[in-house]
Design a protein around this ligand. Structure first.
Ligand SMILES: *Cc1c(COP(=O)(O)O)cnc(C)c1O
Ligand SMILES: [Zn+2]
Length: 476
């Protein structure tokens, strides 16, 4: 693969995260892995030469500049903190208009004091998930390097975002998506098909699709849009900037996020490392990354095997032994939270760095806990898909363990929209027992404790009126 060492005087460049390698590339290259050692790449900035606002509140000036698409975007209004692209190369579709909402009903479920649990709702993005934050940055980089064909492996939301960015822009991008067979929620598949992506369903799961798309991208020179792409993580840093913005620039005590491929948690860590380095925050929130039971690699490596960042040299043998064990036992990731149904998280190392810097921790929650939390999130006013609810289930767990205090300020990231996966929701609330067994019971979900059952009534006015009288007490 072509590799030219850039001069380190560039404002932005790419650098291998392995400290014993440290190979650098310029930002006009598309590599997706270190050409020397194969490790992950970071986008790095020479902050001494970047003009960064003196205080985070200086970013408020962008609010009155909303007719400029770069200031309207919830990603690019923080462009001084991801300065890798010439402004005229930015590819934006208005992503990142998202909401941080105090959610007291959900907070009560989690065990928090009033006003202390907040939901960062990334379902408001154009494609309905947080992935748009990363896509706008990666598409900008693709444009910078002249790429036209762009590909990803996906459990659904990455491919949805990719498809939307290709179809909503006119720079000639063609979307190619790889999905595992039967492994994608209908809402997400519908998006890829509707937006015109070349959709390749391979026999296998996400980890298989990921393996293949890397090979194909390498062989055909196609631009890779998975979160091994370090530019995606630059865009996803801004989720944290918007959380801070919504809290008048005061860091919360906790950020709780679901962990799949670990791109988000990695990006959040990088955001805080940089903000601290720049003196823009004086306190760093703690980070909790939540796996689903059935896809708990991070939890196993960190909590059962003691793997840590270790100054950039995490114990590779322990990790390899864990993967060998998965292979030997033919263990495939399996959870109702399909967006985090991943056993080989590509950003593992970067996530370990984030956990190290943010005094972080990891938990796994069951499909039962996820579905119950999801129902409470829905009843609290904002719908989300199962994977998103892992954050709320994780916060509840950490409250019960006494690690999160009721008075802490906790931000749970709701990664995607409720309508992404209606199958799981209808199975949980519906009255069709067979359907419940097939979708949820088979995964060990025993109760739909918070089900809001539809009620069947004869087509008879008196019956209907009686039923309404029986069931329509106003909420307390
Ligand atoms: C992609 C995704 C995740 C996992 O995020 P990672 O960055 O891969 O850890 C979680 N929830 C939803 C809804 C997603 O689409
Ligand atoms: Zn390297």
């Amino acid at each position: 693969m072509a590799s030219s060492c850039s001069t380190k005087t560039d404002l932005a460049y790419q650098r291998c995260i392995n400290p014993t390698c440290g190979h650098t590339l310029s930002v006009d290259q598309a590599a997706f892995a270190c050409p020397e050692c194969g490790d992950l790449l970071d986008v790095v900035y020479d902050w001494d030469r970047v003009e960064v606002p003196r205080r985070l509140s200086d970013f408020e000036a962008k609010w009155s500049d909303r007719l400029n698409p770069l200031s309207f975007s919830g990603v690019w209004r923080f462009r001084e903190l991801l300065p890798f692209a010439p402004p005229d190369q930015v590819v934006t579709i208005g992503e990142g208009q998202t909401l941080l909402q105090v959610a007291d009903k959900v907070g009560q479920y989690v065990g928090m004091d009033a006003g202390r649990l907040m939901l960062q709702y990334e379902g408001m993005n154009p494609s309905g998930s947080f992935k748009d934050n990363g896509m706008t940055a990666a598409f900008t980089h693709a444009r910078m390097v002249g790429a036209k064909r762009v590909a990803c492996a996906s459990t659904g939301n990455t491919s949805a975002a990719l498809s939307v960015f290709c179809s909503a822009t006119s720079f000639g991008f063609k979307a190619i998506i790889f999905i595992g067979s039967g492994k994608i929620a209908y809402g997400k598949l519908a998006q890829a098909l509707d937006h015109g992506a070349l959709t390749i369903q391979i026999v296998g799961d996400f980890d298989d699709a990921m393996h293949r798309v890397r090979q194909v991208a390498d062989r055909l020179g196609i631009y890779l849009m998975n979160s091994v792409n370090p530019f995606r993580l630059e865009g996803q840093k801004t989720i944290m900037y918007r959380v801070l913005e919504a809290l008048a620039w005061q860091p919360p005590d906790w950020i709780v996020v679901p962990g799949g491929n670990l791109g988000n948690s990695s990006a959040f860590g990088k955001a805080f490392i940089e903000l601290k380095h720049l003196g823009l925050i004086d306190r760093v929130p703690r980070l909790a990354v939540i796996n689903a039971t059935g896809a708990q690699t991070l939890d196993q490596l960190v909590n059962a095997n003691g793997v840590t960042w270790n100054n950039g040299l995490p114990d590779a043998e322990v990790t390899q032994a864990y993967y060998d064990h998965l292979d030997a036992e033919h263990l495939k990731a399996s959870t109702i939270a399909s967006a985090i149904e991943i056993n080989r998280p590509v950003n593992l190392k970067k996530c370990l760095r984030a956990l190290d810097f943010c005094d972080g921790l990891v938990r796994q929650v069951s499909d039962q806990e996820i579905m119950d939390a999801k129902a409470r999130v829905g009843a609290g006013g904002i719908g989300c898909e199962p994977a998103s609810a892992a954050s709320v289930a994780g916060a509840k767990r950490l409250r019960e363990e006494g690690i999160i205090a009721p008075s802490d300020r906790v931000v749970c990231i709701l990664t995607a929209h409720q309508l992404k996966d209606p199958t799981a929701t209808v199975a949980y609330h519906g009255t069709d027992q067979e359907n419940f067994e097939k979708i949820l019971g088979s995964r060990g979900v025993r109760r739909a404790g918070f089900a809001n059952r539809p009620i069947s009534v004869a087509n008879d006015l008196d019956d209907i009126i009686r039923t309404i009288a029986l069931y329509s007490e106003p909420n307390a």
